[in-house]
Ligand binder design. Structure first.
Ligand SMILES: C[S@@+](CC[C@H](N)C(=O)[O-])C[C@H]1O[C@@H](n2cnc3c(N)ncnc32)[C@H](O)[C@@H]1O
Length: 208
């Protein structure tokens, strides 16, 4: 559950169509393990943006076990390229097995620090999706923005950080990271940003 008034999140979730049983299984696993995934509403938002800008090349920074990537994959064409990154080999193995069960062929998964992997990849991206550890958010912004094509999108999850962005004297490094990220997203003239308050706040920046 996120920052929206109790009930509204559930109401919107009820409006979303039935998910594939594999996605439901991934959601159950997240709940059991308390693994933070974006959930179906933010997933739908990712699919929306993919379709809106006809994204063909997408990079994820912090893919977990592949849940968010499935929303990009399903909304993009078969010839699109979705590149997942995560520091965990185990997350990769789980993701690959879910992708196989869903017959997904347009996703590849690189194990490593996404903020370094991005420098090893050539070319620009239509969408960069950022969901790494929150203290790394300012650095993610710095490496991602130059790698977006004009009109491309930087999409970052948890930018309201369960309301902690309102703390008068934030102590957690994660909260400081999110606050600095938002400051950059709203002051850097290379992008035009908005935070969608769905779930935990999704910041979407258009590269100008
Ligand atoms: C919130 S989870 C990702 C959830 C996923 N985006 C989803 O919704 O399905 C964050 C993930 O980022 C990974 N991570 C953290 N820092 C990272 C980094 N610098 N590079 C790549 N992955 C990172 C963690 O291992 C973790 O699996």
């Amino acid at each position: 559950m996120g920052i929206l008034m109790d009930g509204l999140h559930g109401y919107m979730l009820d409006l979303v169509e039935e998910r594939d049983p594999v996605l439901l299984e991934m959601e159950s696993y997240a709940k059991e393990q308390e693994f933070p995934i974006i959930g179906a509403l933010v997933g739908r938002l990712l699919s929306h943006y993919t379709q809106l800008i006809d994204a063909k090349r997408i990079l994820e920074l912090g893919s977990g076990y592949g849940y968010s990537a499935i929303y990009f994959s399903k909304a993009a064409s078969d010839d699109a390229e979705i590149i997942c990154t995560d520091t965990s080999e185990e997350n990769k193995s789980m993701a690959i097995s879910y992708f196989q069960r869903l017959a997904i062929t347009n996703v590849k998964f690189i194990v490593g620090d996404g903020l370094e992997v991005i420098n090893q990849l050539k070319g620009d991206f239509d969408i960069i999706y950022n969901d790494v550890d929150k203290e790394q958010y300012p650095q993610a912004f710095k490496v991602a923005v130059p790698r977006l094509r004009k009109g491309g999108l930087l999409i970052t999850d948890n930018t309201l950080w369960y309301g902690r962005v309102l703390e008068a004297t934030p102590k957690r490094e994660s909260t400081k990271g999110v606050l600095e990220y938002n400051r950059l997203a709203f002051s850097d003239e290379r992008v035009y940003s908005i935070i969608n308050p769905i779930r935990d706040g999704v910041c979407v920046s258009i590269k100008l």
